[in-house]
Ligand binder design. Structure first.
Ligand code: ADP
Length: 243
């Protein structure tokens, strides 16, 4: 479904991604792991054009584009197939949960309000937030806000959802409820690319793991292989910390 070849990205003198390549099949839940500063978030942001890569190609549904040359129109077309869930939720403070979910449908996708409301209610129901649809973000816990953000992602019916450390701003208790929602999405076949430090999620929910360090993929494989038989020394060291 999605193939990335040789993504490169620098910030000034700092090389952050060196020729990163990966392919994603429909229904994959891929955990992107690695120490802080290894380029995981930058990779995800380049995939959704929140950062502009310096080089590399993306093939999405058989259309190949050069990342550094993508036009606004191409970017808009590819973004329509994707959704992004941020670490800090990025909800509009002056809009209710429902309005946060409908915004992208009405403004971005030009959907009639009634239809957008119907889809938003369904999405909020899916994340267990239907009874809070009229609440503002400040009236919700972090976990609830993140679930609204996930509802907003689901509502646009994306082919893939990118999650950038979706639980790292949350207390353990609230992390559990967000991970439960993500697990359900995964079980329903949603394709997901998840930058995370949640080893348990990576082990039990994702089918594949990518381990990055210093802007390169050091090791990747099925979750089972990765956790039970890591090959690279660096991966073994990383995993030892979590045991
Ligand atoms: P990770 O998600 O693995 O923690 P990041 O992708 O956030 O890593 O960051 C990788 C490197 O890129 C870090 O050294 C970080 O300081 C640098 N970096 C990220 N974003 C920017 C930016 N906007 N400007 C300059 N440097 C950045």
């Amino acid at each position: 479904m999605l193939e990335i070849k040789n993504i490169k990205k620098s910030f000034g003198q700092t090389d952050v991604l060196h020729d990163v390549s990966l392919s994603v099949n429909k229904g994959d839940v891929i955990a992107i792991l690695g120490p802080s500063g290894s380029g995981k978030t930058t990779l995800l942001r380049c995939l959704n054009f929140l950062e502009k890569a310096d080089g590399g190609t993306m093939t999405f549904d058989k259309e190949t584009i050069e990342l550094h040359k993508a036009s606004k129109r191409t970017i808009a077309r590819i973004r329509k197939k994707t959704a992004f869930v941020f670490q800090n939720y990025n909800l509009f403070a002056n809009k209710t949960a429902l309005q946060n979910v409908t915004e992208g449908l009405i403004v971005g996708r030009k959907m009639p309000k009634d239809e957008a409301n119907k889809i938003a209610h369904e999405a909020l129901k899916k994340v267990g937030m239907e009874d809070r649809s009229d609440y503002y973000p400040s009236q919700l816990s972090g976990g609830q806000q993140q679930r609204v953000a996930i509802a907003r992602a689901i509502a646009v019916n994306p082919e893939i959802i990118y999650f950038d450390e979706p639980t790292s701003a949350l207390d353990p208790e609230l992390t559990v409820e967000v991970l439960a929602v993500m697990k359900r999405l995964a079980q329903e076949g949603m394709t997901m690319l998840v930058v995370t430090h949640e080893m348990n999620f990576a082990r039990t929910v994702s089918n594949r793991v990518i381990f990055m360090e210093k802007g390169v993929i050091v090791e990747q494989g099925s979750s089972k292989e990765f956790f039970e038989h890591p090959k690279e020394m660096r991966t073994k060291e990383f995993l030892r910390i979590f045991q």
